[in-house]
Each structure stands twice: as structure tokens, then as C-alpha cells.
Write a protein that binds this ligand. Structure first.
Ligand code: ZN
Length: 629
């Protein structure tokens, strides 16, 4: 039996970790994931009751139920066999030449094909109330550019699994061996080319490094073989003058990627992408085959069964509608008011801390308080959905893929239609039935979907100290994002703007550097943690714990033990080593165990209540403890 003094996380969660079983069709269990599983079970129960005629489908679920009938109709899926994939591949296979691709590029994008021209329409970092066109770099097969290093033993194993999977998917369409082999070889060669220039996840975790506005003329000159003006004009209906590049290192080399002589590679890469994206919606055998790479990457033992798959595939396209129904059905006014009160308490704590802060000048603190006051709070579920989702309808005359292509096309049209408009701040980026929360620096807003408001995060049966250690730390974590290493660079309107007194910002960075060092190089099994990649989230955790603890202390029945113990409990997790390794390469969050053990050691209260001394594993000397907010 471990003691709290030696390993806090293990003492609280050790028995649970020992006994927990990771479901065969998942790479991880515990905390957020268990709650998501409960919600999925409940939604599937309701879905079944509707299909059995025991319950009438509520309006918000009607189309979801219709689409689920399609995803669950395995007989039809077997009968359709590979034909939907053959149809999807047709326009790609028909591409004859580079100039042919130039002509069809915008059509392909509008028809929701994944092309190597990765784009998005999103707020201008320096004018957050105005949407611009952004260009980035294509997705890689492996989790990160660093995964392509010669000394990564997993690289070739994973790429070979991907190669085999795509080859088999293509062979299923009746093509010959040689062609399938050619496609995977060329697609992999193009992937390797992208990996040479793309930003690493670590570099991209610094948002302010992602802002490079360009003139169309300038950008066109950097890709001489691409008819960028014609493609973008066709997409937007107007010629854009300004385009924002997020992945500058990649675009500096774009001319070496988007070349006429790479036509074969690019065509093959698009064919591979389309096969990978389409196959999950075909027969059961092809669905399972299409999950091979992902399962290997995450260490997942087996594919979900057909019933689960049918539910998840339908949910994928109706998550916002189902989430809205979930929020309206399960999240009452009482809970909403409770949470809003907690958020206001936390903001009050922050305001208070700004007035007693000793390491920042009044000028910076005044602006920080301004940003805090301007923070928008969303709780429970959104007031509305984007039009294209609210109106999404299933066309019963078409098959699954026909419907999916329509859904995807509508999503592309919606996104492109947002260009040069003001972002709609009532639209959420997360469905209400997802156990999660977020801060958006461009909107200076925090969002708490209904799903996260459950035990052990929050329950009326828990003590206030437990709730502060649970949902309190989550709320304060999101508030802290407004002042983490990314949030600190955006002002109260959501614009990238240096609002700090310069010397204050230096002090801030000195402190955040210490947080980076606390995490950098720590090991979880064989996996090394990147302190820079996870910095903004670790700063948010530290501030979250700090503000929630301060708020909890205001309660007459405050119990520090309960506070810290529930904090450890919300992060209990058991994951496959492959999954941990994958996240370490791409996730901005530190692994659950470190979010507990590394963070609590920054709090004097923790050492006091558990009598931790320099002889103990959980010790950290006072000079090495960090507090920022
Ligand atoms: Zn966060």
C-alpha cells in the first residue's frame, strides 16, 4: 500500500487502477471517459426505446434516429458492398494530369474530398470579429513530425500497418495488386514530404506562432505550379486579397510540395485518404479493416461491435443535435444556476487575486481585470445550432455514403460561407453531451457542456470542498486559460495583442518556464513528456487548482483533504502504453497522473495537511514550488 506522502495519485487511485479493465474496444478508461461511456449507454437506451416504439422520438432526435436506421442496417451495407467506395474514388481516379487537378481542385474541396490544400475559415487573430481564410498543412499519418525520426522504432511498424490497411481497402474495390501497391507507395512518399516541412505539434502549441498574414499575390508566388487564385476564387465566390498562413515553415517550402511533377504522389495520397475516410461506412469487414491502423496506434484490442459502431457512426454526424437534446433533457435550471454561481465565485476569486498580486504592475493588473470582466460564460447547452446542422436531414432515397457526402458538402459550404463575416458567438465548438469544457481565446469565452456536470466532478451529494476539488478546478482551469501562455497574448476582445507591461511579461515567462521544467522529461512508462507542448494546459491546471483552493477555503466547512482527494479522483485513468505514447506526441495535456502529482506539489497546503517532509516522495522544496495566478 503506497502512502500519500510517497505517491499521492497512486494512493488515491491505485486500487482503482489495479482493478479497472480497459474495455477491449477502447484504449483508455477512467475519469472523463467513464462518464462519456455512461452518456453513450443512456443515449443508446433511448434510441432503442424509440426503435421499439416504446418512446416517441423528440424533434431534436428525429433525423438522428433516421440516420441510425441506415448505419444499423448491416444487411443493406453488405448488399451495397464496396460500390460506395468505388463511386467515391471515381473522380480522383479520373484525374489525368496536374492541369486536370488544377481544374477540379475547388470542386473536390466543395465536394468534401480531403485534398492537400488544407484550409479553414476562422477569426483573424488581430481582428477577432472578422473571419478570414486560413491555410495550414495537411495531416500526417503519424501523430507528429517527430514521429518520423529515424530513431523512432515505432515509425516503420506503424507506417507498414497503414500501408497494408490501405492496400487491402483498395484491393477490395477489385483493382489489381500493382496499382494498389503503387498508390500506397506514392501516398507514403507524399506523407514523408509533408513531414519534412510541417510544424511539430510542440511548435504549433504556441498559438501566436501561427499568425502569418499574406497577400494572395505573395502566396501565389510561393506555389508557382498551383493556380491558387482561380481555386480560392472559386471556393469563396470572390478573390481573397488576404490569406493567413498558420504553418509558416510548411508554406516556406510549399513550392517543393505542390509541384506538377508530384501529381502522381498527390493523386495517390488523395485516393488513400478517400479510401480511409469512406471504408468505415461500408460492410462490417471493411469497417473493421479501416480501423486497423488506429487500433495499432492506440493499442486498442478490438473494434467496437456492430451495434456500438452503428450508434457512434450516426452520432458522428448528429452530435450537436443529440447533445442539445441531452442538455435540454438532463440538465435542469437548478444545475445551471449552481454552475453559473460557481463560475462567478471563481471569477470573484480571480478578481480578488488581481488586487493582492505582488509580482505584476498595476497597469497590467488593470488590463487583466478588464479581460476577466469581459469573459463570456456558456453553461449547459447552446441556444442554437448552426443553420446547416439545425436543418440537416436524412435523404432516404440515398445510401449512407450518399447522405454522408451531402452532410459533408453542407459543412464545407457553411464553413466557406463564413468567410468575411463576423463569427457567430452563440455557436459552440463542442456538443453538450461531451464530458469536457473549453476556453476560446479568440472569443474570450468559456463553455461548460451539460455532460461535465456530474459526479465526481460535481454532485449535490458531495461536500463543497469535494465539488471545488472537482468541477471547481475544472472551471478555474478554463478561466486560467485566459491568462495561460497562449491566452495571455490575446486581449479582452480576443485579439492577438501585447497588452502586458513588457517587464511583467518577462516575469510571467520566468514563472511559466519553471512549470515547463517541472514536466519536461518526466516519464510515464517508456514515454517521455514534453514540457513545452503541455505548457499552456499545465499553467491552466496550476491556476485552476490555486483559484479553486482559494474559493474552497472561503467555505465554512472547508476540508483540504477532501479537496485534494477529489482532485486526484477526477483524474484517475488507466491507458494502454501505445495510447499514452501517441498522446505524448500530440496532446497539449499532460498525462492524468502528472496533472495530479506534479501540480499538488506546488501547494503549501498540500504539504501541511498530509505532513509531507523532505524525506518523502511527494516532497518539493519551497523554493521550487511555483505559483502564477
Ligand atoms: Zn485546458
Amino acid at each position: 500500500m503506497t502512502a500519500i506522502k510517497d505517491d499521492f495519485y497512486d494512493t488515491i487511485n491505485g486500487d482503482w487502477v489495479q482493478n479497472a479493465t480497459i474495455p477491449a474496444d477502447r484504449p483508455v478508461t477512467g475519469g472523463f471517459i467513464d462518464l462519456n461511456q455512461d452518456i453513450e449507454d443512456e443515449e443508446r437506451r433511448v434510441l432503442q426505446a424509440i426503435h421499439d416504439g416504446k418512446q416517441v422520438a423528440p424533434d431534436l432526435l428525429k433525423e438522428f434516429v433516421q440516420f441510425h436506421k441506415m448505419t444499423a442496417n448491416w444487411q443493406q451495407r453488405e448488399a451495397d458492398s464496396v460500390q460506395p467506395l468505388v463511386d467515391v474514388l471515381k473522380p480522383l481516379k479520373a484525374l489525368k494530369s496536374w492541369s486536370d487537378l488544377q481544374q477540379h481542385w475547388s470542386d473536390l474541396i466543395q465536394n468534401a474530398y480531403t485534398t492537400p490544400l488544407s484550409y479553414g475559415v476562422a477569426p483573424d487573430f488581430k481582428q477577432a470579429d472578422f473571419n478570414e481564410l486560413w491555410l495550414s498543412a495537411p495531416q500526417l499519418i503519424l501523430p507528429d513530425t517527430t514521429s518520423y525520426a529515424d530513431d523512432n522504432p515505432q515509425r516503420d511498424i506503424l507506417l507498414n500497418v497503414w500501408r497494408d490497411m490501405i492496400r487491402q481497402l483498395l484491393l477490395a474495390t477489385g483493382c489489381d495488386q500493382e496499382w494498389a501497391q503503387h498508390i500506397v507507395d506514392q501516398a507514403l512518399a507524399f506523407d514523408r514530404l509533408i513531414a519534412q516541412y510541417k510544424m511539430s505539434n510542440e511548435a504549433a502549441s504556441d498559438y501566436w506562432q501561427l499568425y502569418h498574414p499574406k497577400q494572395l499575390r505573395e502566396l501565389s508566388q510561393s506555389v508557382v505550379d498551383v493556380d491558387l487564385k482561380t481555386i480560392l476564387t472559386s471556393l469563396l465566390g470572390q478573390t481573397p486579397e488576404k490569406i493567413i498562413v498558420s504553418d509558416q515553415p510548411f508554406w516556406e517550402h510549399a513550392n517543393e510540395v505542390y509541384r506538377a511533377q508530384h501529381f502522381d504522389m498527390i493523386k495517390a495520397w488523395m485516393i488513400a485518404q478517400a479510401a480511409y475516410e469512406t471504408a468505415p461506412f461500408l460492410t462490417n469487414e471493411l469497417r473493421i479493416l479501416a480501423g486497423t491502423y488506429r487500433r495499432t496506434l492506440t493499442g486498442t484490442a478490438q473494434a467496437p461491435d456492430q451495434n456500438k459502431a452503428a450508434y457512434r457512426q450516426a452520432h458522428l454526424f448528429f452530435a450537436d443535435q443529440v447533445g442539445l437534446w441531452y442538455g435540454k433533457t438532463y440538465f435542469g435550471e437548478k444545475a445551471k444556476n449552481d454552475v453559473i454561481k460557481m463560475v462567478e465565485t471563481m471569477i470573484g476569486v480571480y478578481q480578488q487575486r488581481f488586487t493582492t498580486n505582488t509580482w505584476l504592475t498595476q497597469e497590467t493588473l488593470r488590463k487583466a481585470a478588464q479581460k476577466l470582466s469581459a469573459l463570456t460564460i456558456h453553461v449547459g447547452y447552446p441556444d442554437k445550432l448552426p443553420e446547416y446542422l439545425a436543418q440537416r436531414q436524412v435523404d432516404s432515397t440515398q445510401d449512407i455514403m450518399g447522405n454522408i457526402m451531402q452532410f459533408a458538402k453542407a459543412a464545407v459550404a457553411y464553413s466557406l460561407g463564413q468567410w468575411h463575416k463576423a463569427p457567430d458567438r452563440n455557436i459552440w465548438q463542442m456538443p453538450a453531451d461531451l464530458v469536457n469544457a473549453y476556453y476560446d481565446p479568440m472569443h474570450n469565452e468559456i463553455v461548460f457542456p451539460a455532460a461535465i456536470l456530474q459526479a465526481p466532478f460535481y454532485s449535490l451529494e458531495q461536500t463543497p470542498s469535494q465539488n471545488f476539488g472537482g468541477i471547481g478546478t475544472v472551471i478555474a482551469h478554463e478561466v486560467t486559460h485566459a491568462f495561460d501562455t497562449n491566452g495571455a497574448r490575446f486581449d479582452e476582445k480576443g485579439n492577438l495583442n501585447e497588452w502586458w507591461v513588457a517587464s511583467d511579461f518577462e516575469n510571467f515567462e520566468e514563472r511559466t518556464k519553471k512549470v515547463e521544467q517541472q514536466f519536461d522529461g518526466l516519464m510515464i512508462g517508456e514515454t517521455k513528456i514534453n514540457g513545452h507542448l503541455t505548457l499552456s494546459e499545465n499553467v491552466a491546471d496550476l491556476g485552476g487548482l490555486s483559484a479553486a483552493l482559494a474559493a474552497a477555503k472561503q467555505d465554512v466547512g472547508f476540508d483540504a483533504t477532501q479537496f485534494f482527494m477529489n482532485y486526484a479522483k477526477i483524474w484517475r485513468q488507466k491507458a494502454k502504453p501505445e495510447y499514452t505514447a501517441m498522446l505524448a506526441a500530440m496532446d497539449v495535456h499532460a498525462p492524468a497522473r502528472l496533472r495530479v502529482n506534479v501540480q499538488v506539489k506546488n501547494f503549501d497546503t498540500f504539504f501541511d495537511i498530509f505532513h509531507v517532509t523532505e524525506k518523502d516522495g511527494m516532497w518539493r522544496s519551497p523554493k521550487d514550488r511555483v505559483q502564477i495566478w
